[in-house]
Design a protein around this ligand. Structure first.
Ligand code: BGC
Length: 752
């Protein structure tokens, strides 16, 4: 790299630190917080007002428009004219320092007011270095790891000129048929909140005005994950109570963590599509939560109001979205086309447009885009896929794996083996390894399981590879070759599951079984009598009953990212000890859906009376693997559950302490989980609610005291009047290594 260029890049990235360094020096303390934005908010508001006063209506509407470049990251020829006319408030898909600069140059040099374009992209679980899919990251129960992944992703994306990510997706998903369950943190609001906060912090840092940060977007507001039948984009019927208790909390947590933007969802919510929903957008988001950032519609969601049947045409759709509170229209161009006429006809207030433009400009000032509109190519190439980023991706992938079964400690595999078979349609699939929504990730950068094993094992250990069958095909022609590979090997690793395109957007499934002939492939290998382990790769829970009953070991690896193959090899051979826990229930069959751990009891709970309980007569009520479940190569023991009080007042908190000990012979992590049950309240309460968790690392024989605090936030709920309150009464407390086992105690909240 050219030295001068490199230094220039360094200087470019240092400007933001100057006020912070000065503040730090003045404060004279190493603990002084580095939070000062490049300009104070009053300064920004002044600049926004000045700029707004000079803008024509067309220029204002240009700021409220987000258009798309080509999927591969290039601008389209028309984009340059639009940039010149100041018609591109924001662009998505255009990425890379060179390509963003080409278009940006036109906006900042040739448009009348020189307002920079804000480049956006779906940086979901990495930009170029890909981390585990978000569901996998959630399985780590390690928010700090998710924060680090988001921070690296922000660094890489911003080096390519992208300053806005459409993540985190914080939708709660209770239906594994829904393909986008892979993009979120699973079924639980508490875990979802922790992950939402971590990702927002990672993407934005304490100040997204830093050039190595991006502004995050909490999506999809709201209840998109409650799609009926799990079919993507489908209608959601959700009561206000369930919205407030289950679907809203991760959004509120993201907001409290300072998220800069929200995305209005595609779906209809109780008759009003979310991109025209003034209850969710105006009353809750702006009114109750005082959100002052930008709301962008999902892709073409403004125009889709016509298909939903709430707008007769584009003009009405634009009016509905704008008045409900959607500031920026993605893709449909309906604001630009119709807002002028709507104002003339008195159907839209200019003040509504001004307020939306104000929010967009405020965001651009906060990002520091006016001062630093360009990314730097030299810095970009030093950042992408750096050694440090790849090491983090490998480490975080190992933390996301969930050991579902390990009979007789068959895993980790002994290093003494001389030959190993790696079999299955996903064993050498580096495209699936990076999963859906993989940013600018490339399969040629990704390490497949086969490649990871080769790199791990000595050169004289023979690897016998066979695909066996396709993920989703009908042929069993490859079975013979696979059986031979197994017979010639000391141990077999079977990589099966879903290909990456079977989950994600528009990829809902009606079955949760292993697709194609994969189960038969496993059965054929099982019949050889060779020791084997099943490595699952998938973006949703799978109903793997036969495997769970018959296969000796199962390692759930989700889609593990660029370093996936190395991370799986580390884990299979014991260089890493799995400690992930399921962030979502694994059903026995799709027919049990919806099945989630924090359900209500009903008046006739399963098991109460076999003849008249709330259950199926032809299926157990229990899941295959419960929420929070996961094993380790070592064993842990929980003991001495202690509560600070047996009685507290409603405005007080109780401390729950427990001892966790590693009683096995390997270092490992345990995720200690705290659940509560409010036994009698003014409204029915879930049988269990996660209210605390900690992932602790322990050497053999080591023990640790873990403590949780239960206060207003954890003990309160929405009462009959939808008022958040703590009510007197008895609470059961459960502390365990999953949602289904553990120690129990109780305490009581008493009237003042
Ligand atoms: C998805 C969003 C995504 C957008 C832009 C839409 O189809 O629903 O989550 O951010 O596309 O790529």
């Amino acid at each position: 790299m050219n030295r001068e260029k490199y230094c220039a890049a360094k200087v470019h990235r240092w400007w933001w630190m100057m006020p912070c360094l000065m503040a730090w020096a003045l404060a004279g303390s190493a603990n002084a917080q580095i939070v000062s934005p490049p300009a104070s908010s009053r300064d920004i508001e002044r600049k926004v007002s000045r700029l707004l006063a000079r803008m024509t209506l067309a220029e204002k509407l240009g700021q409220l428009q987000q258009l798309c470049g080509a999927w591969d990251g290039d601008s389209l020829p028309e984009d340059f004219d639009l940039a010149r006319q100041a018609a591109l408030g924001s662009m998505i898909f255009i990425r890379g320092a060179k390509r963003t600069a080409e278009l940006q140059r036109v906006a900042v040099n040739e448009s009348r007011l020189k307002i920079p374009i804000l480049f956006a992209f779906d940086v979901i679980h990495g930009y170029r270095t890909i981390f585990p899919v978000p569901l996998g990251e959630a399985a780590s129960w390690d928010p700090s790891g998710a924060e680090e992944a988001a921070s690296i992703a922000a660094n890489e994306a911003s080096s390519g000129g992208v300053r806005w990510t459409f993540a985190p997706m914080v939708d709660i998903a209770r239906d594994p048929r829904w393909g986008r369950i892979v993009e979120g943190s699973g079924e639980d609001p508490f875990l979802g909140m922790a992950m939402a906060v971590a990702r927002v912090r990672g993407f934005q840092g304490t100040n997204y005005g830093r050039p190595d940060k991006v502004v995050a977007c909490a999506k999809h507001w709201v209840a998109y994950g409650a799609a009926e039948g799990g079919r993507d984009y489908n209608t959601a019927e959700v009561s206000e109570r369930t919205l407030r208790e289950i679907y809203f909390p991760p959004f509120k947590a993201a907001l409290d963590a300072g998220v800069g933007t929200f995305m209005s969802a595609f779906n209809d919510l109780d008759g009003i599509p979310c991109s025209a929903n003034s209850f969710t957008l105006s009353r809750v988001l702006r009114g109750e939560w005082h959100f002052d950032g930008v709301v962008v519609s999902d892709y073409n969601a403004v125009k889709e109001l016509i298909a939903h049947g709430v707008a007769a045409d584009g003009k009405e759709a634009a009016a509905l979205s704008l008045t409900a509170g959607v500031d920026m229209d993605r893709f449909s161009r309906l604001y630009s086309e119709h807002a002028g006429q709507l104002i003339k006809e008195g159907k839209l207030r200019l003040a509504t447009i001004d307020e939306a433009v104000r929010r967009v400009l405020r965001l651009k000032y906060r990002l520091g885009l006016f001062e630093h509109p360009f990314a730097d190519e030299a810095l970009e190439s030093a950042t992408l896929l750096s050694v440090k980023n790849l090491a983090a991706a490998r480490e975080l992938a190992t933390r996301s794996f969930v050991l579902l079964k390990n009979d007789h400690g068959i895993l980790p595999i002994s290093r003494q083996i001389k030959s190993i078979a790696v079999i299955g349609p996903l064993a050498d699939d580096s495209q699936s390894m990076i999963g859906p929504w993989s940013g600018d990730g490339r399969k040629e950068d990704a390490v497949s399981l086969r490649a990871g094993l080769r790199a791990k094992l000595p050169a004289d250990t023979k690897i016998n590879f066979a695909r066996g069958c396709d993920v989703n095909g009908n042929s069993s022609e490859g079975f013979g070759e696979a059986e031979n590979a197994a017979r010639q090997s000391d141990f077999v690793i079977l990589a099966v599951g879903e290909s990456a395109d079977m989950s994600g957007e528009a990829s809902s499934r009606s079955s949760l079984d292993l697709p194609g002939r994969q189960l038969e492939l496993i059965q054929a290998i099982h019949a050889t009598g060779k020791p084997y382990a099943v490595v699952l790769m998938n973006g949703r829970p799978l109903s793997i009953n036969w495997v769970a009953s018959n296969s000796p070991a199962i390692l759930e690896t989700w889609f593990a990212g660029t370093q996936g193959g190395n991370a799986i090899a580390d884990t299979l051979f014991g260089d890493a000890n799995p400690a992930g826990k399921l962030p979502v229930t694994f059903p026995r069959s799709v027919d049990q859906v919806p099945i989630y751990y924090n359900h209500k009891n009903t008046g006739r709970p399963p098991g109460s009376d076999p003849k008249s309980a709330s259950q199926y007569i032809d299926l157990p009520s229990t899941p295959l693997y419960p929420f929070g479940y996961g094993l380790s190569y070592t064993q842990f023991k929980l003991s001495r559950l202690q509560l600070s009080n047996v009685q507290i007042r409603p405005n007080r908190s109780v401390t729950v302490g427990v001892e966790v000990e590693n009683i096995g012979d390997r270092t490992g992590d345990e995720v200690v989980q705290l659940y509560i049950h409010d036994l009698a309240a003014s409204v029915t309460r879930p049988v269990k609610e996660l209210k605390g968790f900690q992932r602790v690392s322990l050497h053999p024989g080591e023990s640790r005291h873990v403590e949780f605090t239960l206060g207003l936030r954890e003990l309160g709920f929405y009462d009959r009047t939808l008022h958040f309150a703590v009510e007197p009464g008895r609470f059961k407390v459960m502390v365990g290594a999953s949602s289904e086992d553990g120690l129990e105690s109780s305490f009581e909240i008493v009237e003042k």
